[in-house]
Design a protein around this ligand. Structure first.
Ligand code: MLT
Length: 203
């Protein structure tokens, strides 16, 4: 840990795009490593831990007891994360503009929010079980950005309507989106990871 940022770095081939791992609630900077290694075997990998603590679980932004989100905190923590990405990519000599985000749940949510609301260095993202947190503040043009986003039809956290709204927001922002809907819950499955792998091969 330096500068209060918990980071894990796993070196890889320097000619390949670095992967940024953003964990789900209760995860940490390295818990997506097996998934990242499956999807991006030889790429360098960087994980950054969210600095919010929800009863002992790491998160990227505050969720209230009633399940609603603290949008001021989300805005602030997104700035913190983008700054942390800048610092940590510089520290490990990674090209931030080539970053590929691998985000799960809470980590996918802050990545999608960042795209829709802030200037971001990353243009490619694998978003596993993301949701729409809030409508974007303004119309953004993310032409050339690409994402693979997954949804489970028995997910108790993300409704289909909510997922579809996120996909619509991204599409309205000109992101090229491949949505993958599967019969599953909020956890990760081999089926969706195989589909993600096939999408990555086409990049
Ligand atoms: C969130 O808080 O971002 C969503 O509820 C997903 C999660 O539980 O992390």
């Amino acid at each position: 840990m330096t500068n209060g940022i918990h980071t894990a770095f796993f070196p890889g081939r320097t000619d390949l795009a670095p992967v940024l791992m953003l964990h789900g609630t209760g995860g940490d900077e390295s818990d997506l490593l097996p998934i990242a290694t499956f999807l991006f075997p030889e790429h360098p990998k960087l994980g950054i831990r969210g600095r919010i603590n929800e009863h002992g679980s790491n998160r990227y932004f505050i969720r209230h007891e009633d399940g609603t989100f603290d949008l001021d905190n989300l805005n602030q923590e997104t700035d913190w994360l983008l700054n942390a990405i800048e610092q940590e990519t510089a520290r490990y000599q990674l090209d931030a503009n080539r970053l590929i985000v691998l985000g799960f749940s809470n980590g996918a949510n802050i990545a999608a929010y960042a795209w829709l609301n802030k200037p971001t260095p990353f243009k490619i993202a694998v978003l596993l079980h993301p949701m729409m947190i809030t409508p974007p503040h303004q119309i953004v043009n993310l032409t050339g950005y690409r994402t693979f986003a997954t949804y489970g039809d028995v997910d108790p956290i993300v409704s289909e309507d909510n997922f579809d709204q996120l996909i619509q927001q991204l599409t309205d922002a000109h992101v090229t989106v491949e949505a993958f809907k599967n019969h599953q819950s909020h956890h990760l499955t081999q089926t969706e990871l195989m589909a993600a792998q096939a999408w990555i091969k086409k990049l």
